[in-house]
Design a binder for this molecule. Structure first.
Ligand code: SAH
Length: 265
């Protein structure tokens, strides 16, 4: 990218990887199986896209910035199995887009734009695309949240959703010097592998809403954050786990949220 006259846009979270070894390490850790479709969010100049193209049957990359079209065309001339879609990933119809392809396994592998980390993950979760594994690079502090356990200050609603769907693994830290332009934060590569057995949730939208509401005001108790729910039912579930309504959401493990929502459903 140093060789291009490109005006990086901070508002698009544009920090491009410069080191091919790190790119290879990211792709290797995804262990992409045969006949796979890989989704990339924010290909930038295509450094990761090139490597993904070698191991995937097909790569679909969503890029919001169409100023990158010339660079991507040039860098991906030999990658006939890559489709770039110039659009905001958050606005795309992922399920419809995927219908056009045939594949046995689905992955998301990306150095994503960090300013929309949570919306990207929530979109992948809530649209219920059957993804085998997600390997993404995120800001290091955010990565620490992903695997946080109850009682830690990093534990929040995103942690609960991630723990419901995925086995979360921190893979490796990437120093800020590995990007151009250099960001103010270090990064970490995280892998999210679909759990083999999910806990039974009777009403998904209710579960998502209940978890969000439970964490709405961090310092507030469950009684205060959930006052518009049937508190007697919530109290019963909490009692089974030796908690009461004065507990805070950050203390509660995934199973308690699942049981609360099932009892309310
Ligand atoms: N993956 C590349 C670039 C990472 S920078 C690399 O590692 O070098 C983040 C990229 O995401 C940029 O190309 C930016 O334009 C793109 N991007 C930002 N917001 C986006 C959105 N909403 N949808 C799709 N792409 C987006």
């Amino acid at each position: 990218m140093e060789s291009y006259e490109f005006n990086f846009k901070k508002s698009f979270g544009q920090n491009f990887l410069r080191d091919h070894n790190i790119v290879k390490k990211i792709v290797d850790s995804a262990q992409i199986k045969e006949n796979s479709l890989v989704i990339e969010i924010g290909p930038g100049a295509g450094i990761l896209t090139q490597e993904l193209s070698k191991v995937a049957k097909r790569v679909i990359a969503y890029e919001i910035d169409d100023r990158l079209e010339g660079v991507l065309d040039q860098n991906l001339t030999n990658c006939s199995n890559v489709d770039i879609i110039y659009t905001d990933f958050l606005k795309c119809h992922l399920k419809d887009d995927l219908k056009k392809y045939e594949y046995d396994h689905l992955y998301v592998v990306s150095n994503i734009p960090y300013y929309i980390t949570t919306p990207i993950i929530m979109k992948l979760i809530e649209e219920e695309v059957e993804v085998d594994k997600i390997v993404i690079m995120v800001q290091k502090e955010v990565g620490d949240r992903f695997g946080a356990v109850p009682g830690k200050k990093e534990y929040n609603s995103l942690t609960v959703f991630l723990n419901y769907y995925f086995d979360v693994e921190k893979l490796f830290v990437v120093n800020r010097n590995q990007f151009i332009p250099k960001p103010n934060v270090d990064s970490i590569v995280i892998s999210l592998t679909k759990k083999k057995q999910l806990l039974e949730v009777k009403d998904k939208p209710l579960f998502f809403q209940l978890v969000r509401d439970s964490f709405r005001y961090k310092r507030k108790t469950i009684r205060n954050n959930l006052k518009h729910y049937d508190l007697s039912k919530i109290e019963q579930v909490l009692a089974n786990y030796h908690y009461d309504l004065t507990v805070r959401a950050e203390q509660l493990p995934l199973e308690v949220f699942v049981e609360m929502s099932n009892h309310l459903a």
